[in-house]
Design a protein around this ligand. Structure first.
Ligand code: NAP
Ligand code: 8YV
Length: 311
């Protein structure tokens, strides 16, 4: 948990610090004493069931695929996340990854640092350019919209795929991901993890993007068939990728590590001091609001029905 959140929590509540959400790390008395959790790790049904007086799980991050929120909701336990406060930061990172992937900026910098500018001459002209690209967004939610605004400012057309068309949004909508991929050459995924998006970006979707295709993932690694992506990058099915998230973090598959046409980041989408502090504050503010006011600030959809017994 973020240090600022821990400091605020220690000042506000009696706290227990547990290294993992594993009930065997707590005594029976401790299990009975827990009414709220602040966490950025996996919380499964067994852990929720092991805490008889648990009322709320305040998760650090907007994505909460690591929390069994459906089970929490069925047991009357509130789950909160940290939407909005990270939206612009993550959208900035997505654009950085896109430009890195298309214009090879990390490789150009490595060229300079290796002394090759002086010894071998200019970095080669890039095959990739943003000019004349069309961008598809998989997951047109809060962050997807912030990315779309940036892409529009670059003068590029935007289209998207969600399960539902967003009312009043002017961008072209595709009701399938493969349909979206067929219509663009640049796909940015900012969809949540979980069963409904598991390996959604597969060989068929990558083939639909085509040989000038660029794939950027700022959402969750689980939404991608990583073996298919590595193959598509090596055999020219697509041109390049920019990836901030991976299926089994912090482990990155070797064939992606070695791919010269992939720009890779260690899940830093929201990772500035400014934004992480705002996320930490929202975790704590949710707990304070729950225990003082009887309601959360940012409940996840699976638990909006959960009422605080004292409210
Ligand atoms: P959001 O506002 O809930 O947007 C998610 C969008 O995805 C919604 O528009 C939703 O529309 C769509 N979606 C969900 N399931 C789908 C499915 N099965 N098929 C197609 N579309 C689907 O969430 P957000 O705040 O933009 O955050 C999005 C995700 O970004 C998070 O869940 C997290 O995984 C990721 N993230 C990553 C970082 C990072 O550091 N890399 C940082 C923050 C967030 P429908 O419901 O209509 O389908
Ligand atoms: C965080 C994220 O890095 O908000 C999310 O969904 O993926 C990131 O902002 C992560 O949640 C912290 O572990």
């Amino acid at each position: 948990m973020h240090k600022h959140a821990v400091e605020r929590l220690n000042a506000l509540f009696p706290t227990l610090n547990v290294k993992a959400a594993d009930a065997s790390l707590l005594s029976e008395d401790e299990r009975g004493s827990v009414r709220g959790i602040a966490s950025m790790t996996r919380i499964d049904a067994a852990f929720i069931d092991a805490l008889p007086n648990l009322e709320i799980i305040a998760s650090f991050g907007v994505g909460y695929d690591h929390v069994d929120a459906k089970h929490a909701g069925s047991k009357g336990v509130m789950v909160t996340n940290t939407p909005d406060v990270l939206t612009e930061e993550v959208a900035d990172t997505a654009i950085g990854l896109l430009i890195n992937a298309v214009r090879e900026l990390p490789k150009a910098e490595a060229w300079l640092r290796a002394g090759k500018w002086a010894s071998a001459g200019n970095y080669p002209l890039t095959r990739g350019t943003l000019r004349a690209r069309s961008v598809g967004i998989f997951g047109m939610g809060r962050i997807g919209l912030a990315i779309a605004r940036r892409v529009e400012a670059f003068g590029l057309p935007v289209s998207y795929h969600n399960r539902r068309k967003v009312d009043g949004l002017g961008y072209a909508y595709h009701d399938t991901l493969v349909g979206l991929a067929k219509s663009v050459d640049t796909l940015i995924s900012v969809a949540p993890g979980g069963a409904s998006t598991e390996k959604a970006v597969n060989a068929e979707v990558l083939a639909a993007l085509g040989p000038t295709g660029v794939f950027v993932n700022i959402g969750r690694g689980t939404t991608v068939d990583e073996a298919a992506l590595a193959k598509a990058l090596s055999d020219g099915t697509i041109m390049a990728a920019g990836l901030d998230v991976f299926e089994k973090e912090p482990n990155v598959p070797d064939d992606l590590m070695q791919a010269p046409n992939a720009s890779l980041l260690p899940h830093v989408g929201s990772a500035s001091l400014h934004t992480r502090q705002a996320m930490a504050d929202l975790v704590v503010d949710n707990l304070v609001s729950w225990f003082d006011e009887g309601k959360p600030l940012t409940a996840v959809p699976e638990t909006v029905h959960v009422k605080n017994g004292k409210a």
